[in-house]
Design a protein around this ligand. Structure first.
Ligand code: ADP
Ligand code: ASP
Ligand code: MG
Length: 481
């Protein structure tokens, strides 16, 4: 791996490397042992570790919150007990003696706070966005305490750092955005002294807090974003995203068995791919890395010696498909007005979506009509009611947005024609013109998503070869859910 030589914010010659481990990479004792080995292999640099919650814990916390809000406190506390038992068993196998006692008491304190939060939810019968952020953040609080002590037990000088004291965000609960200056300042203040003593800081990903200390989260899958926020703040020489696949692939390998690893791609391509649903990276991850020109590597924690994918600034002028994504759970929305479309109407429409914390994916406008794509979880009936008298809102659920990603592919008419020839019998509804030359996307019935991806993959990646450094007409398709 060719690390770009950069200078961290601390001492000359320091090479800070931010290493993020996702849920499956901390899911059990064997995974955490592998993590320890990987961090050890970087100990001559200055590793900063970011961990997600243990696999499935965030979903379980969300379910517990919903149970409590529905008055089923018993079920909620039972779920918490399972989560506790899992962490306690890991603590028992990874940490010993007095260190185990101290970890166990820290975990117990956190679990008590979680239980009392669920009791409050049951009492109020409401799980609002602010409470949900506090609730979901417990997963990363538990895992980071555990991993920090496990690293220490393995002889590495690790120290837990509270991400909620470093990453400061706005109060858009569920999808908060960092306030960069204060985040950079606090991160350097907290982490700088540790790095100077060669201590390895261990953060929970995904979690942050407002300036007033109210817990927020960076959106589902947000630990990747935490890693790049911290990497940018610390002037890291690289950011490593350790996950359960060999790198960014031509499509989601869960959808298409022929998917293969992309060795190298540009920040922009990776950002489009993530935006259009490739779950392997949170959509906001690339922006801070791009801004600070920090290379990002996506690597498999089960195969630490693999090459993975290198994401860097170099742009390619080759016109070729580099990835295919399929974003499911999409609703196609049409907003029409007999008074025509003007800036006043657009303002009201966007305000109505914004009020429901809903980000709008793609937009096209024609006479008297705007077409939007949003996630199906959005409260469309509320939005329609809000806009009553202003505009008429209609929608169709159960759609999937299929997207071809690649440098300049829109300038190569053959790409679109080959793509449409491959799927023309699948009731392709809408051609979505994204703003960049890097994407061509269209909408299909959700039930046709996998077949669409597989057919396109056969067209653009006909040979079972590894996708190499920006060569050929195609180098990746991706899918996400
Ligand atoms: P982590 O828990 O490590 O953050 P995620 O589950 O969030 O891992 O992301 C990894 C998953 O992303 C893979 O298991 C894979 O199914 C999915 N994925 C979707 N699109 C792609 C793609 N283009 N390349 C690689 N993985 C992808
Ligand atoms: N644990 C969080 C989630 O499941 C964040 C992450 O895994 O990156 O969404
Ligand atoms: Mg993830």
């Amino acid at each position: 791996m060719n690390a770009v030589q950069r200078q961290s914010r601390f001492e000359q010659d320091d090479e800070v490397v931010v290493m993020k481990f996702g849920g499956t990479s901390v899911q059990d004792a064997a995974a955490i042992e592998r993590l320890i080995g990987i961090v050890k292999s970087r100990s001559s640099e200055r590793p900063v570790v970011v961990v997600s919650a243990l696999a499935r814990v965030t979903d379980q916390l969300l379910e517990a919150g919903k149970s409590a809000a529905n008055g089923h406190l018993g079920a909620a506390l039972e779920a918490v007990r399972h989560i506790y038992v899992r962490h306690e068993a890991l603590a028992d196998s990874l940490v010993h003696g007095s260190a185990y006692g101290s970890l166990n008491s820290k975990l117990r304190e956190e679990f008590r706070a979680l239980e009392s939060l669920l009791e409050k939810v049951e009492f109020s019968r409401e799980l609002d966005a602010k409470t949900r952020d506090r609730l979901l953040g417990f997963g990363e609080r538990f895992s980071s305490l555990l991993v920090s002590d496990a690293l220490h037990e393995a002889g590495l000088p690790a120290a837990h750092v509270d991400a909620q004291c470093c990453i400061v965000t706005d109060d858009r609960h569920g999808q908060a955005s960092p306030l960069w200056d204060i985040t950079n300042q606090r991160t350097c203040e907290e982490v700088g002294p540790l790095l100077q003593k060669s201590v390895i800081p261990v953060f929970g990903g995904f979690i942050a807090a407002t300036v007033d200390g109210v817990p927020t989260t960076l959106g589902r899958g947000g630990s990747d974003f935490s890693a790049s926020i911290l990497g940018a703040a610390l002037g890291a020489s690289r950011i490593e995203i350790w996950t359960d696949v060999d790198g960014v692939m031509t499509t989601d390998p869960k959808l298409c068995a022929d998917a293969r690893v992309i060795r190298k791609m540009s920040f922009e391509e990776a950002a489009e791919l993530a935006h259009y649903g490739a779950k392997v990276l949170h959509p906001a991850t690339l922006a801070p890395a791009m801004r600070e020109n920090i290379p990002v590597y996506v690597l498999n924690s089960r195969r630490p010696n693999g090459e993975g994918t290198e994401i860097v600034a170099r742009a390619s002028s080759v016109k070729r498909v580099s990835a295919i994504t399929a974003k499911r759970n999409v609703a196609a929305v049409e907003v029409s007005s007999s008074h025509g479309i003007n800036s006043d109407l657009l303002g009201q429409v966007f305000a109505a979506f914004d009020e429901q914390s809903c980000s709008v994916d793609v937009m096209a406008a024609s006479l008297g009509r705007i077409s939007l794509l949003v996630g199906t979880s959005v409260e469309l009936p509320q939005i329609a009611t809000k806009l009553r008298g202003v505009a008429d809102v209609k929608w169709e659920n159960h759609r999937a947005l299929i997207c071809l990603v690649g440098e300049n592919i829109r300038r190569e008419p053959e790409v679109a024609s080959r793509a449409f020839a491959a799927v023309s019998d699948l009731d392709v509804r809408v051609l979505c013109q994204g703003a960049s030359d890097r994407t061509i996307s269209f909408l299909v019935e959700e039930s046709k998503a996998q077949e669409s991806v597989q057919r396109l993959h056969r067209v653009f990646f006909p040979n079972a070869e590894t996708v190499s450094d920006w060569g050929g007409i195609s180098s990746a398709f991706c899918q996400a859910g």
